[in-house]
Write a new protein. Structure first.
Length: 281
């Protein structure tokens, strides 16, 4: 069955769909020796190459992979530059090789932060996670230097909504401890570690470390030490796909009944409401 070229590249984990479109528009992709165009449909027997290098894309196998990785604060996601500057090992150097595909991060952490990173070879999973980021709850542990009080911690929710960019703190808890190094646990939506760093520092506290401990239904496995990884399988992997609005691998979406499709209002792009009746496009 013919599929759009950018979908094939994304599904194979070669690039996200958006990156694949940019590569095609820049003339970096050929199909059967000819420059490709965005939207071109390809078959399983077509020869696809990027920058002159032929890709081996087996549409049927192997299955896409998802893994969790324990990233150290300050660890680089970038590979060494073209001149061979290998000042620090990259996260990608510690991931298992995937032939004909590449690892794509889901909502990657800022360079200063650490904890849970999720990587996949499934471009559609990455695109769906980016699209649904505002709906996905994430949990962070923030180590602060100072003397936070319960009242101060409760005030962070209002500070998050009033900030720029605004985000939502659904839970904030001062964890047990003593001394001037304390941990605060946050659950947020639409927010990143850098957003938490900003509001905590604005409150007069010094931030020592920020660790992501959960992304949607996936939690950091305590048995995975820094610089190590573990593949997600079974129910863990399926829950992640469902959290971003995708069917689990190997499960097809059921089409809507014909009666429901016939009743669905036709809403053209840009319209705020239905303007007619009939089968949706």
């Amino acid at each position: 069955m013919a599929e759009r070229l950018q979908k094939v590249l994304a599904g194979a984990g070669v690039a996200s769909r958006r990156d694949a479109e940019l590569w095609i528009a820049a003339g970096r992709v050929t199909v059967n020796g000819r420059l490709a165009t965005v939207g071109l449909k390809v078959e399983a027997h077509d020869d696809i190459a990027v920058d002159g290098r032929k890709l081996r894309l087996d549409r049927a196998a192997p299955a896409d992979l998802v893994l969790i990785y324990h990233r150290s604060p300050g660890e680089s996601l970038k590979t060494a530059d073209a001149e061979g500057d290998a000042a620090a090992a990259s996260t990608y150097d510690r991931l298992p090789p995937v032939r004909g595909r590449r690892w794509l991060p889901l909502s990657p952490l800022a360079p200063l932060d650490g904890g849970l990173e999720i990587f996949t070879t499934d471009g559609q999973l990455r695109a769906a996670a980016s699209k649904r980021f505002a709906e996905i709850p994430c949990r962070y542990a923030v180590r602060v230097h100072g003397e936070p009080t319960d009242a101060l911690v409760e005030s962070f929710a209002a500070a998050a909504l009033a900030g720029e960019p605004a985000f939502e703190i659904t839970q904030a808890m001062l964890l047990a401890g003593a001394g001037r190094n304390r941990w605060i646990e946050f659950e947020v939506r639409r927010g990143h570690g850098r957003d938490l760093r900003r509001i905590v520092m604005d409150a007069g506290l010094e931030v020592g470390r920020i660790l992501r401990t959960r992304f949607g239904p996936v939690s950091m496995d305590r048995t995975v030490s820094r610089g190590r990884h573990r593949e997600l399988q079974g129910k863990e992997r399926d829950a992640l796909y469902q959290a971003v609005g995708l069917p689990p691998p190997g499960v097809a979406l059921k089409p809507a009944p014909a009666a429901e499709r016939a009743r669905a209002p036709l809403t053209p792009r840009g319209s705020r409401g239905p303007v007619g009746r009939g089968r949706p496009r």
